[in-house]
Write a protein that binds this ligand. Structure first.
Ligand code: AMP
Length: 214
């Protein structure tokens, strides 16, 4: 099963992607998480990526494509994957389609987690992330068992720099300009499915399961 998650930053696609990955036994691949891991490790890629990420801009396609194509070669991708945060531009989507085509493969679904901007801005204020393992939470919608502490690794939770209010607005602007066109792109391919992302986490996941199990 090869799935692409679409939706604005803060729509909850990362949370859903992790749930899909666990349910279907496929890896959850988040380009944002890979970039953040590189930043933490201080790699060359991390240094380059952070210049863009801190300003709410997209990392250039060339760097992103190099990273994701390398990730696809890992053994755990043999039965598919759920992509979260990639593709984010038409150029990335076309590169993905082409590389799959060469291998005689194709995506199964592009799932758009639809949430209006006004709701996103409200939500982002409550987002918390574990800087140690990448676990994500929301103080109201998806709280950790113990306040401020990651359920998965016991690490300290904080607000990601790119979840701060001014960066959030910039990321939404970038999303509408560069990523929203992917909705038409996958609709034309006949694989777009839209779920109402304003429902609670469990309900959104149920809607997704209905699509994937159909
Ligand atoms: P995310 O965690 O998916 O919201 O990604 C955080 C940031 O990483 C984005 O705002 C971008 O700066 C960068 N990023 C993640 N995925 C991509 C991608 N596919 N193309 C370009 N930049 C990306």
């Amino acid at each position: 099963m090869k799935i692409v998650m679409l939706g604005a930053p803060g729509a909850g696609k990362g949370t859903q992607a992790k749930m899909i990955a666990a349910e279907f036994g496929i890896p959850h691949i988040s380009t944002g998480d890979i970039f953040r891991a590189n930043i933490k490790e201080g790699t060359e890629l991390g240094k380059k990526a952070s210049e863009y990420m801190e300003r709410g801009l997209l990392v250039p396609d060339e760097l992103t494509l190099q990273l994701i194509m390398d990730r696809f070669t890992k053994d755990d991708c043999a039965n598919g994957y759920v992509l979260d945060g990639f593709p984010r531009t038409i150029a990335q989507a076309e590169a993905l389609t082409e590389s799959l085509k060469k291998a005689g493969e194709a995506l199964d679904y592009a799932i758009d987690v639809d949430v209006p901007d006004s709701a996103i801005v409200k939500r982002m204020g409550g987002r918390r992330a574990c800087l140690s393992c990448g676990g994500t939470y929301h103080v109201t919608f998806n709280p950790p068992k113990k306040e401020g502490i990651c359920d998965l690794c016991g690490g300290k939770l904080s607000i990601r720099k790119d979840d701060e209010p001014e960066t959030v607005q910039k990321r939404l602007d970038v999303y509408h300009a560069q990523t929203q066109p992917l909705i038409d792109y996958y609709s034309e391919q006949g694989i777009l499915r839209t779920v109402d992302g304003t429902q609670d986490v469990g309900e959104v996941f149920q809607s997704i399961q209905e699509i994937l199990n159909a």
